[in-house]
Write a protein of this length. Structure first.
Length: 137
């Protein structure tokens, strides 16, 4: 059978087929670029974080996924827990401390580099962030 599609149409069809396979959970996909593999892994990790009932379950499931994909050759991915130790605060607690609205705290997270961990905002980082904001003002 002769394929009468243009090269661009063939590439789009091949990409769509690979995308469909990824959505069905057939991964790794031969011919994936490193960025495609990273996106797939990141979306799976995000799904774990969003659906896990608690942080310990999320860490356990994420660790299992990381070990599995490392076995498939994704050695760039390591199970590293770089979240700080110590007390964590909710967005509302940070807002009350800083005298702003919770939306302002979200804005600081997305635009100004305040880190939000699965447990919340680390006390030490919040205090450092607020100190930097005071110095800048």
């Amino acid at each position: 059978m002769i394929d009468r599609r243009t090269p661009g149409e063939r590439r789009r069809a091949q990409h769509q087929s690979a995308h469909d396979n990824a959505r069905r959970g057939r991964w790794p996909i031969a011919g994936d670029k490193p960025v495609d593999a990273a996106r797939t892994i990141a979306s799976q990790l995000l799904r774990i974080i969003e659906t896990a009932p608690d942080i310990d379950t999320a860490r356990n499931q994420a660790g299992q996924l990381v070990e599995r994909v490392r076995g498939w050759g994704q050695t760039w991915l390591a199970a590293i827990d770089d979240s700080p130790e110590g007390p964590f605060w909710s967005r509302e607690q940070v807002a009350k401390l800083a005298g702003v609205t919770p939306n302002a705290v979200t804005n600081w997270t997305t635009r100004h580099g305040l880190t939000r961990y699965p447990q919340g905002y680390a006390e030490r980082e919040v205090m450092d962030f607020l100190a930097r904001r005071r110095k800048a003002a």
